[in-house]
Design a protein around this ligand. Structure first.
Ligand SMILES: Nc1nc2c(ncn2[C@@H]2O[C@H](COP(=O)(O)OP(=O)(O)OP(=O)(O)O)[C@@H](O)[C@H]2O)c(=O)[nH]1
Ligand SMILES: [Mg+2]
Length: 194
């Protein structure tokens, strides 16, 4: 059976939102807590990678372990991911942004069930949209870490560019709304209105 853990990225600047997205309540539950609750239904270990662990101490986050990034040197989601991937002991990791209010447990569990059948050469298993891969809600092999570190050490910071030369398996998604990410006050209004 596939072994799996989760990495949640919670280190963005939230400059478009104007306040930390991870703490914004949706139906009374802070977004980071909501995302971690969904992850708990798929995996036993969740790593939250963030430069500001103290901000999230009051949240209810069972099964979660914090990975502290240097707040003066944050270099974006790819580098945060690499720092967390270094701690992962499972074959696969589910990577999630903290600003995904519409995640659906059934869809994630269906994806998890597919991992055993992913051909060995694929370093990741992701949804594809018209512009490229959806990198912040999908699966990566933990063995991809050396490839990721090479890319970062050469100055790379883009998931799309990192993945380009490698085979990636496709995940099906019939309702793309699941990947709606809440970046702006307008996005938040849209979520709260539904
Ligand atoms: N750990 C970590 N996570 C990050 C970093 N930068 C972005 N993220 C996370 O990556 C995900 C996607 O971030 P975005 O929504 O594109 O951007 P953001 O930085 O949160 O917000 P903006 O400032 O509005 O672009 C979110 O879950 C962020 O918390 C980083 O440097 N470190
Ligand atoms: Mg976002």
């Amino acid at each position: 059976m596939t072994t799996l853990s989760t990495i949640v990225l919670a280190g963005g600047k939230s400059s478009r939102m104007g306040e930390d997205k991870a703490l914004i309540p949706i139906q009374g539950i802070p977004l980071l807590e909501k995302v971690c609750t969904v992850a708990q239904s798929c995996t036993d270990t969740i790593y939250i990678v963030t430069p500001w662990t103290e901000r999230y101490q009051h949240l209810h986050l069972p099964k979660c372990e914090f990975i502290q990034e240097n707040s003066l040197q944050t270099q974006g989601p790819l580098v945060g991911f690499a720092q967390a991937l270094d701690k992962v002991k499972t074959e696969w990791v589910l990577l999630l942004a903290c600003d995904l209010p519409n995640l659906r447990i059934e869809v994630l569990q269906d994806w998890v069930n597919r991992l055993d059948n992913v051909a060995a050469e694929n370093i990741a298993c992701l949804v594809k949209n018209t512009e490229g891969w959806e990198p912040l809600c999908g699966f990566y092999r933990s063995q991809s870490l050396p490839l990721l570190l090479d890319f970062i050490n050469q100055g790379g910071r883009s998931f799309q560019k990192w993945l380009k030369p490698y085979p990636v398996a496709h995940l099906p998604l019939s309702e793309p709304d699941m990947l709606f990410n809440c970046n702006t006050p307008e996005d938040l209004q849209q979520i709260l209105a539904n």
